[in-house]
Design a binder for this molecule. Structure first.
Ligand SMILES: [Zn+2]
Length: 95
């Protein structure tokens, strides 16, 4: 039971991509068991600037059902969290 599981419970269900606290929420579905896992990204502390422009963050999510790691790589064009690409390994993007 890690911190991400805690967040999933806390914010689970119907959260939009952006929230009042400035966090960006993403949801992915585990390819192995179908569990939907939500993660929060804090743009001000977690995004890394890319040489070619834009921002990047990599998250590894682990669900509660099968404990497989799902790697998510996200790119944003600016700190306004405009998403330009999303890559999910081990899962499928839900929103
Ligand atoms: Zn799973």
């Amino acid at each position: 039971m890690g911190p991400l599981s805690f967040l999933s419970r806390l914010f689970g269900g119907g959260a939009s991509a952006r929230s009042a606290d400035g966090g960006v929420y993403i949801r992915v579905k585990c390819d192995a068991c179908g569990e939907v896992i939500q993660a929060r990204i804090n743009p001000t502390s977690e995004l890394s600037q890319l040489d070619e422009g834009g921002y990047y963050v990599r998250k590894v999510l682990v669900g509660r059902q099968c404990f497989r790691a799902i790697e998510v790589q996200l790119r944003y064009s600016d700190l306004g969290r405009t998403e330009i690409s999303r890559e999910v390994k081990g899962g499928t993007s839900v929103e």
